[in-house]
Design a protein around this ligand. Structure first.
Ligand code: SAH
Length: 324
């Protein structure tokens, strides 16, 4: 979509026109101006030329049909990936990208390997959700997670703009949205003051700085002590639960000793752990002792959940977003 000329096109139109147009794009999810029959034919023709609303994307559907990946082409020719997961309970979660590529270079993540191209605008973030709203033809996107390409807290303002817009115009509940960060402390601090009910997730993946900084280079700038202090302050301010994501990687972070260290870090009120199986990106292997690791956590009385894996066959699972 390219709505940058919209204001210019509407300058001689009554004020309510923009409301009608927003309604058509973000509530009725029209994919062509012809469907906006509330507008005059003449205006529709101008809009077609000046404000194209088609979204160009290649779509891949997984074998189980429960995850759909769209590779969306942006105005400048760059591409991003976005995925929709269809849960059996009826939820439809869209996992959006916040940047083209990513500057953080986490060892286990495919996006890091492609380098960083640029930030997405808030419109480009919203467009990813609009794409799937159109795809669903009437059924709705219920959840949005900022867990696609990029580090959302390094594109903070556009991510917040997109969140507020999705909440207000597309009616997606704040509590049904989540932002995941590799641990950008300034972002966590600001997020605590937004007054939003949006969920916060932290990519932890290692229980000590020695290992974590090897896997997630930004840990050197924001070591665990600083990071967890910011999380504690966030919890104090918002009284909201924080999810810690922990990948299980073979022989890297999956020993009983790691589980013990992890338990020490994570057994705090409103902290909760989400275990993720490592999805192959050509560097490490998935852990073979996830059962033992979970047993150990249970013995240590750590609460945790496990992330369901979606879309591995179409490279649509966590950490597999990559554009050549
Ligand atoms: N930059 C943000 C958001 C994008 S990553 C962040 O780091 O949180 C979304 C989630 O997928 C993160 O928890 C990330 O660590 C995880 N992830 C990355 N590579 C993965 C892989 N190969 N297998 C499984 N999860 C992965």
């Amino acid at each position: 979509m390219n709505l940058t000329n919209l204001e210019k096109v509407l300058k001689n139109e009554p004020k309510y026109r923009i409301k009608q147009i927003n309604e058509a794009i973000y509530r009725k999810f029209i994919s062509s101006w012809d469907e906006a029959t509330i507008l005059s034919k003449e205006l529709r023709e101008t809009l077609k030329k000046e404000c194209p609303i088609d979204i160009t994307a290649d779509v891949l559907v997984s074998k189980e049909k429960d995850s759909i990946k769209a590779k969306i082409k942006l105005k400048d020719g760059l591409e991003i990936e976005t995925v929709m997961m269809r849960h059996i309970d009826g939820r439809n979660t869209v996992c959006v990208s916040s940047q083209v590529g990513c500057p953080l270079k986490c060892k286990f993540c495919a996006t890091g390997m492609m380098g960083f191209k640029r930030d997405l605008t808030h419109e480009e973030i919203i467009e990813q959700v609009v794409f799937f709203e159109r795809y669903l033809k009437g059924e709705r996107v219920t959840n949005v997670t900022f867990m696609g390409m990029g580090e959302p807290f390094l594109n903070y303002d556009n991510v917040m703009k997109a969140i507020r817009f999705l909440n207000k115009e597309l009616n997606i509940g704040a509590r049904s949205m989540s932002v995941s960060t590799a641990g950008i402390v300034e972002g966590i601090n600001k997020f605590a003051d937004e007054g939003l009910q949006v969920n916060l997730a932290i990519s932890l993946h290692a229980p000590n700085d020695k290992l974590r900084s090897e896997l997630i280079p930004i840990d050197k700038k924001y070591p665990l002590k600083k990071l967890l202090k910011a999380v504690d302050e966030y919890i104090l301010k918002t009284n909201r639960q924080v999810m810690f994501e922990y990948l299980l990687i073979k022989d890297i972070n999956d020993s009983d000793k790691h589980a013990e260290e992890l338990a020490k870090l994570i057994k705090k009120p409103l902290y909760f752990l989400n275990l993720i199986m490592y999805n192959p990106t050509g560097v490490f292997e998935p852990s073979k002792r996830s059962r033992e690791f979970k047993d150990k956590l249970n013995k240590l009385k750590v609460n945790f959940s496990e992330r369901h894996r979606f879309g591995e066959d179409i490279k649509a699972a966590c950490g597999q977003f990559y554009i050549k």
